[in-house]
Design a protein around this ligand. Structure first.
Ligand code: ADP
Ligand code: MG
Length: 596
């Protein structure tokens, strides 16, 4: 008895479909690529229920003839290669002629397409690989493909789909991978009727900031290099913005997002010695290579590629990135990576410490470690002594005599503080000399204040004289809307004015009106990236981010009073030694070290 039979096309297509379309995002990728291959300059993506109900791509590309409109759903139907030699000179995104056949096998598709020089277009409806109807239709030149009810005939697969939020984030990732490198084209993404992105054509850096927010413009260096073999054009993240995860690392070859561990390593190697342990640079790098020297064909979803000249490419890429970073290390070496152990310049040879010059108490011995008798064991204040003398460092400017002591009973009297490099506050403690990172200290103080504000029913809040409008991209506005209840808990009064505009009428006490937009932009970036994932509670993450945005930055000159207030506030915090993100705030220079 003969047992073998040839599968009907519809079944074969369904099986093949699993390879090409395993979730809505992969269909999105294929449809966007087809639109680009058709020479479109504007491509609009519309999804409903994260692609489950509808994925539609509308383009203004070349369109198709009546017969192509039917043929395009056949397997191995492609206009992009004609003979096997063409495989070595691929200039298009697609070439296998599988995508539309697969899509038609597992959904209900409506295609409307029109050539630019035709008066009428064609509408084709196809379900589970069966053409349901084809008829002339009036439509704009270009192509619209709507695929409805994905996996309607493959319930097992349909049940495998994740929550909408997960599927939508995959779609957004595909959208970023495509749009980041095709910055010369316009794109939009609409989800459940909301425009999440409306990207105008422009430069790569403009595209990056359209997708990730305005502050991203300052976070990168341009990298550009041209050799016979390879053209490199893109942006590499400044080391100070390195992340704890490999999130924003994008490599493209000939307009296609790729994964290539060796080339990624080349980029990371260029950062050697510039990043703290376990942090990773962000980058968006486009490479152009002769297509004959690539084999894209090794993986059906085509994110893996092989290069003939891999070693040389590694070396060129690494040195190009190094060069881009070089300008950075020279210009602003001090601004990043200054070790937390702050370096006090060594005393010159033969230097003999002299007695303090002003207002000193001759009986006071800063190295006797006697706790301040007046201190109450309140928080960490007990560590903060009140020497009547200022420490005399020959090369540090002396501060004026202290203002009147703070009120009795607080347990603390103000101690002279020095600001060093506009970045550190130096002040004596019982255990030595404290070097305090001003930004981190302020972050800790604000974090604790905000947390308290949230736990109290009465939140401290200042009403603004003039309300401030803040504007976001559609996607950010949606996110911001989600965060509003938390922000209100922290003392903000914010209302939505329109889809993308919010009006702020009150804020927590420490925030400047002029910095609100920037503060929210950065907060959203933190929120979208993984930097905040170490906090398991969303509200805490938000609080840490807010505190970071509001804190004084390095470079801010502080008055004596401000420093004293900050030190007093810091030592009143239960966790005075670490910033909310876990970074060290204080380094103590021990008396032994001082004596040396
Ligand atoms: P491939 O892209 O690998 O050729 P597809 O199944 O994705 O295979 O598409 C089959 C063919 O349908 C393409 O080669 C192209 O000729 C045509 N086609 C698909 N999408 C479009 C579009 N948006 N505009 C014009 N032609 C298209
Ligand atoms: Mg294709």
């Amino acid at each position: 008895m003969d047992l073998i039979n040839i599968l009907p096309d519809s079944v074969a297509n369904q099986i093949a479909a699993g390879e090409v379309v395993d979730r809505p995002a992969s269909a999105v990728k294929e449809l966007l690529e087809n639109a680009m291959d058709a020479g479109a300059t504007q491509i609009d993506l519309v999804v409903k229920d994260a692609g489950r109900t509808l994925i539609q791509v509308i383009d203004n590309g070349c369109g198709m003839s009546d017969s192509d409109a039917r043929l395009c759903f056949e397997r191995h139907a492609t206009s992009k290669i004609h003979q096997s030699n063409d495989l070595f000179a691929i200039h298009t995104m697609g070439f296998r002629g599988e995508a539309l056949a697969s899509i038609a096998a597992i959904s209900q598709v409506e295609l409307r397409t029109r050539l630019h020089d035709s008066e009428l277009g064609t509408q084709v409806i196809i379900e589970a690989s069966q053409i349901v109807s084809q008829q002339p239709t009036a439509c704009a030149p270009g192509t619209s493909i709507a695929m409805k009810n994905l996996f309607f005939n493959v319930p097992a697969r349909r049940n495998f789909l994740k929550k909408d939020s997960v599927e939508l984030s995959h779609i957004e990732e595909v959208f970023r991978r495509v749009t980041l490198i095709h910055y010369d084209l316009g794109f939009s993404l609409t989800s459940n009727g909301k425009v999440l992105y409306d990207l105008k054509s422009g430069s790569m850096l403009q595209r990056i900031s359209q997708l990730y927010g305005n502050p991203y413009k300052e976070r990168f260096f341009n990298v550009e290099e041209e050799t016979d073999m390879l053209r490199i054009k893109g942006f590499v993240g400044k080391p100070e913005y390195a992340r704890k995860t490999r999130g924003e690392q994008y490599l493209f070859v000939n307009g296609r997002f790729i994964k290539h561990p060796a080339l990624s390593a080349a980029v990371e190697r260029a950062y050697e010695g510039m990043l703290p342990d376990h942090s990773y640079p962000s980058y968006f790098i486009g490479l152009q290579v002769d297509p004959a020297r690539i084999d894209i064909n090794i993986h059906p979803t085509k994110t893996e590629v092989k290069f003939v000249d891999e070693h040389a490419m590694f070396a060129i890429l690494r040195s190009a990135v190094k060069k881009a970073l070089g300008q950075f290390t020279l210009a602003t070496e001090l601004e990043f990576n200054t070790p937390p152990e702050f370096n006090i310049p060594p005393a010159p040879k033969g230097y003999v410490p002299t007695a303090p010059k002003i207002s000193y108490n001759p009986n006071y011995n800063p190295f006797s470690f006697t706790p301040n008798p007046s201190s109450k064991s309140e928080g960490n204040r007990k560590h903060w002594v009140n020497p009547q003398a200022t420490v005399d460092f020959h090369d540090i400017q002396e501060q004026p005599p202290l203002p009147s002591p703070m009120e009795e009973g607080s347990g603390v009297k103000p101690v002279s503080c020095l600001q060093v490099q506009h970045r550190y506050i130096v002040t004596p403690l019982s255990s030595g000399l404290a070097v305090i990172d001003q930004q981190r200290a302020h972050e800790r103080i604000l974090f604790d204040q905000l947390t308290q504000a949230r736990n109290n029913t009465i939140t401290q809040s200042q009403t603004l004289l003039f309300p401030v409008n803040c504007q976001f991209s559609a996607a950010d506005a949606e996110l911001f809307g989600e965060l509003l209840p938390d922000l209100r808990d922290y003392g903000f009064a914010i209302d939505a004015m329109s889809q993308c505009t919010f009006v702020v009428t009150a804020t927590p006490p420490d925030i400047k009106e002029s910095e609100l937009q920037e503060c929210f932009d950065r907060m959203l970036i933190d929120y979208k990236s993984s930097t905040l994932q170490k906090f398991n509670d969303r509200s805490k993450s938000l609080c840490a981010s807010l505190a970071r945005q509001m804190a004084v930055k390095p470079g801010k000159v502080l008055t004596q009073e401000e420093m004293q207030q900050m030190v007093a506030d810091l030592f009143a915090c239960p966790q005075a030694d670490t910033a909310p993100g876990g970074k060290k705030i204080i380094t103590i220079v021990k008396p032994e070290e001082l004596l040396k």
